[in-house]
Ligand binder design. Structure first.
Ligand code: PGA
Length: 310
């Protein structure tokens, strides 16, 4: 019988998942020496090394790989047990894990705020990241719910569309094409352009449309943040394609404008998705209904900022 504590297994699982002692310490809110000593004690209890450090990279040994699978199984079972206890208590308390693509930051925190007011005993963890990172979290079964604009073909999901997410061409307000109607997409040829980072769903959608129309923009800069892109457009570095939700309110007094380019907006929707077969906690189900109900209070954006949700 191996004498390992649950805490040691949690420390091991986090380190193995993040490939790093430092990141594990951060996630678990403990010091890096504590991570090392917990792993050392666990290694001693098991009697085989769990990690190999080659240069700066941490690798799992065969024993480490087998232990990781076991830990994931144990923690999933414990989560399910916690969920059942919460269900039995009928209590709305516990943890809600969400990950969502970058553009949701313009409305999701507000909906979460309302949710947390209503259920103050629920702990929420929200990751706002790009499309690729959301998909990676899905593959690792890290969250209860995922919010994204493009559903992957290779993952078995339940999903529901709940709000429009049109992508529009954004330029500086004094751009020569500003105010023109029905601009042919070919006019974007050679335009200085600011592109989202690779792995971004927005970028994927833009690249596909430009390729289909044989348009080549001149990418001057790649940025991983919609806010930074807006600043770069205002600073005269070029135009970009962004979700309409990233633009605050009425644009009449803004440094930015939306260009009326053919084939735009690229019509997309936000979906809330769960892994098929995953047992949703009462909390996750409650949030799912709450999200759908509250987001219905946003108008569809078609050229307009959604109204407040209150
Ligand atoms: P992104 O997500 O942050 O990955 O660009 C937006 C989207 O997929 O619509």
């Amino acid at each position: 019988m191996i004498h390992a504590t649950l805490h040691q297994l949690k420390v091991f699982e986090t380190t193995a998942r993040l490939d790093s002692f430092t990141k594990a310490a951060e996630e678990l809110n403990i010091t890096q020496p504590t991570v090392s000593s917990q792993i050392k004690q666990l290694t001693k209890a098991i009697g085989l090394p769990l990690f190999e450090q080659i240069g700066k990279t941490l690798y799992l040994t065969d024993a480490g790989k087998a232990l990781l699978v076991t830990c994931q199984d144990i923690f999933e079972k414990l989560d399910n047990f916690e969920m059942k206890v919460a269900d039995l208590k009928g209590a709305k308390e516990g943890k809600l894990r969400l990950s969502a693509i970058s553009t949701t930051k313009y409305f999701l925190p507000r909906i979460l705020g309302l949710f947390c007011q209503k259920y103050p005993d629920i702990d929420v963890s929200l990751e706002i990241i790009n499309h690729e990172k959301v998909i990676n979290r899905m593959l690792d079964n890290e969250d209860d719910l995922y919010i994204l604009s493009q559903l992957p073909d290779n993952i078995d999901l339940h999903s529901q569309a709940f709000l429009d997410n049109p992508l529009v061409v954004v330029a500086k307000a004094d751009h020569p094409l500003a105010g023109q109607k029905n601009i042919p997409i070919s006019k974007l040829n050679n335009e200085p352009f600011i592109m989202r980072e690779s792995g971004s769903g927005t970028r994927q959608a833009v690249e596909t449309l430009l390729l289909e129309n044989q348009v080549k923009v001149r990418v001057r800069l790649e940025l991983g943040s919609n806010e930074a892109i807006k600043e770069a457009i205002a600073g005269g570095l070029g135009m970009s394609v962004l979700s309409r939700h990233t633009l605050q309110g009425d644009l009449s007094n803004s440094e930015l404008t939306i260009l009326d380019v053919q084939h735009f907006p690229i019509e997309r929707h936000w979906y809330v998705a769960t892994l098929n077969g995953k047992e949703l906690s009462v909390i996750a189900q409650t949030f799912l209904y709450f999200l759908i109900e509250k987001s219905a209070l946003f108008t569809n954006v078609n050229g307009k900022r959604p109204h407040a949700i209150y």
